[in-house]
Design a protein around this ligand. Structure first.
Ligand SMILES: [Zn+2]
Length: 283
């Protein structure tokens, strides 16, 4: 555990009265698989998730398959604005963790925190920068423990910053292809852990505004993608103790009539919900 990171993540949690941090994902995933947490982790393994895992898997048993869906820029603000849409995610993944992200709330640093538990003081993403992450992440810990891991993403920060790990990178041209490949990888059952990224809600937020019809369509796409992934895990990973996580990086806010942005220390950008679904394998 890194005290500097713990303190920095806690600072945002206290400011926004959020019980959790997006940096809690890394130690939670490590606890589910029974592997050590990343070296600079400042997050806290999520007790409600681990309690549910113990109920479902038994005290000694571990998670065997994990799918993490990362829809860029879907904040708590969107959960509030579109309750009917996000209720579809919550229905499938009932453990809702209201979490603060980090400042500046921009994509590379936010995902670095999610997958390392480290904060900007230590991981060094203090502005938008597409550099290779140097702190230890779950993409180091899991392969070291013999797990096979894949990241599926349209070419973007998520496809680039976790390079140089012993994992597979499926870097593609669109969210549609990323979605199809992810579903196929679940079906083929070659990986223990798959991280799948969806780009378009963030894109339309910047270029058309968070409340534009294009953004609403993109949000629907994110929700439908999550539903498809859950259905695929239920069909093809049935025999395994498994988890599916909805894990966005930050929210966004309106700038003017036509555009939006994120990166500020404001609730619209800083608060997100991570949703966890756990299911026991049927042998
Ligand atoms: Zn982002």
């Amino acid at each position: 555990m890194n005290d500097i990171c713990r303190e920095e993540l806690r600072k945002y949690q206290e400011k926004y009265h959020a019980e959790h941090s997006t940096g809690d994902l890394a130690p939670t995933v490590c606890a589910l698989f029974g592997v050590p947490e990343p070296a600079d982790n400042g997050g806290e393994a999520l007790a409600p998730v681990l309690e549910r895992a113990t109920e479902l898997f038994g005290a000694a048993a571990r998670c065997e398959r994990l799918l993490i869906h990362c829809p860029d820029a879907v904040g708590d603000i969107h959960y509030r604005k579109h309750p009917e849409l996000l209720a579809r995610v919550e229905k499938l993944a009932a453990l809702k963790m209201l979490s603060t992200t980090i400042f500046p709330s921009v994509t590379p640093g936010c995902f670095c925190t999610i997958f390392s538990g480290a904060s900007p003081e230590v991981h060094g993403f203090k502005k938008w920068e597409q550099k290779i992450v140097t702190v230890e992440t779950i993409f180091d810990i899991l392969p070291n423990a013999g797990k096979s891991v894949a990241i599926v993403a349209k070419d973007s920060s998520m496809a680039r910053i976790f390079r140089n790990r012993k994992i597979d990178y499926y870097t593609v041209r669109s969210d549609d292809i990323a979605r199809r490949i992810t579903s196929r990888l679940i079906e083929e059952d070659e990986y223990d852990v798959i991280v799948s990224y969806t780009w378009q809600f963030d894109h339309f937020g910047h270029h058309n505004g968070p409340d534009s019809p294009e953004s609403l369509e993109a949000l629907k796409f994110c929700v439908e993608t999550f539903e498809e992934f859950v259905a695929a895990t239920e069909r093809h990973w049935k025999k395994y103790n498994r988890a599916v996580i909805w894990a966005p990086d930050h929210g966004n806010h309106q700038v003017d009539e036509k555009t939006g942005s994120h990166g500020k220390d404001i609730p619209e950008d800083m608060l997100v919900n991570h949703f966890y679904r756990l299911a026991a394998g049927v042998r």
